[in-house]
Design a protein around this ligand. Structure first.
Ligand code: AMP
Ligand code: ZN
Ligand code: ZN
Length: 412
């Protein structure tokens, strides 16, 4: 009798749970029809690029939506740390992607985006990106490139993603994403990403003030026009919220503004985890004070810190992957060695500097059914985008460092 009662109870609970999850997914179906999110990054897009170019499609986009004075990236202002902050809502010290290339005292191997390394091993990627939050709550994510998009998180992948291939033409990336988002298509994605690298590449090769960068910006404008036209033609502009942003700006460098590390310390005393413009130094045993004191004594055009005394605003102290000595160059200085300088010289432009420098500031524009029109907003930190995206997608955010109140006012 007791057993029968137990069985009946179990039956009621299972049916009940089924009912609840069914109601849940009905809610999702409803939100799917209204609140898709397309997150776009045009890598290395300095905030001021639009001021000096004719960009009718950016104008068209901005007129219908929101424009931030600028967006403040995470520190250091390198592609992988900053994109991962946007995706997870975590500061660098809480997500562990401390540079584009680094080691971990506990993990074998080297993290870098080069194919020879293993950047897709999920042990590198801490925190939960928005596409996994969405997947875990019954939505569909489809990603056309984003740092970390190829890694699983606790065993879960986005439903659709592509292995990074920089040679895929930008228009073809757009075609794929439009077909993924199209409510009449097979995927009908709720969340999608698009990534373009051409503005960043030109910025490195020719410097941010070059005509080559202007040409890339005008090209980005045409790509945006193509995307908007395609979405309009397929008839779902009223169902997708587009967040158009970037990971950092770009600073012009100079062959005369160079800091030679080997003039100040012996390179045998340190492992240089990252070089420039933020040198991350892991001193050999017993060498920490000696290295720090030598760099402090010569401190000019850079600032050197022990990891643990780095000002709080960097949010770059509390992770075992962060080396013990951090040296941050002032714009436009590069940190190098004599032999490296003789061999390679200095590239025209780079990023990585203090995230609060105006040159590192980047863009944020947004438009869509959930977003107010014709609104200019104050600058904000990129760490808050995760909460915004979770709100639009109607999913519960995972633990993160952002605050929805910073951007809630852009929502209708
Ligand atoms: P950076 O070296 O910081 O200027 O980073 C920009 C470069 O990162 C791009 O030109 C690409 O080569 C590379 N990159 C960007 N996204 C990815 C990705 N998802 N996977 C691998 N490499 C990437
Ligand atoms: Zn970048
Ligand atoms: Zn770059």
């Amino acid at each position: 009798m007791k057993k029968l009662l137990q069985l009946t109870l179990t039956f009621i609970i299972v049916i009940g749970a089924g009912f609840i999850s069914c109601t849940d997914s009905e809610n999702h179906t409803e939100s799917e029809t209204e609140n898709k999110v397309l997150l776009i990054s045009i890598d290395g897009f300095m905030n001021e690029y639009l001021d000096r170019n004719e960009t009718p499609n950016f104008d068209r986009f901005i007129t219908g939506g929101v424009k931030a004075e600028h967006m403040i990236p995470a520190f250091p202002t390198k592609t992988f740390p900053t994109h991962w902050t946007i995706a997870t809502g975590l500061y660098t010290e809480n997500h562990g992607i401390i540079a584009n290339g680094f080691t971990d005292p506990e993990l074998e191997g080297y993290f870098s985006y080069g194919p020879q390394d293993s950047p897709n091993d999920e042990r590198w990627w801490q925190g939960e990106p928005i596409w996994i939050t969405a997947e875990n709550q019954g939505l569909t994510s489809a990603l056309m490139f984003w740092p970390g998009s190829e890694a699983s998180i606790n065993g879960v992948h986005a439903s659709h993603y592509k292995d990074y291939d920089g040679s895929v033409p930008n228009a073809a990336r757009i075609d794929t994403v439009v077909s993924w988002l199209d409510p009449a298509g097979a995927v009908d994605a709720d969340f999608s990403t698009l990534y373009f690298s051409h503005v960043d590449s030109r910025g490195h090769s020719y410097g941010p003030n070059s005509p080559e960068v202007d040409e890339a910006v005008v090209n980005a404008d045409s790509l945006l026009g193509y995307l908007l036209d395609e979405i309009e033609e397929k008839g779902f502009s009223d169902r997708v919220n587009i967040l158009l942003t970037s990971d950092h700006g770009m600073a012009e460098l100079s062959e005369d503004k160079v800091i030679f590390l080997d003039d100040m310390i012996s390179l045998d005393d340190v492992e240089v985890v990252d070089w420039s413009p933020v040198a991350m130094l892991r001193p050999e045993d017993g060498k920490k004070e000696e290295v720090y004191n030598a760099l402090k004594e010569h401190e000019e055009n850079y600032t050197v810190y022990y990891r643990d005394e780095l000002p709080r605003e960097y949010r770059f102290s509390n992770h075992e992957r962060i080396p013990e000595i951090i040296m941050i160059a002032d714009i436009p200085y590069s940190i190098t060695t004599h032999s490296n300088f003789e061999e390679r010289g200095i590239i025209a432009g780079t990023h990585g500097f203090d995230h609060r420098e105006p040159e590192m500031a980047t863009i944020f524009y947004a438009t869509g059914p959930a977003i107010k029109a014709d609104k200019e907003i104050a600058s904000f930190e990129s760490v808050h985008l995760y909460e915004l995206m979770a709100k639009i997608l109607n999913v519960n955010p995972s633990e993160n460092d952002g605050d929805l109140d910073v951007l809630r006012h852009i929502l209708k």
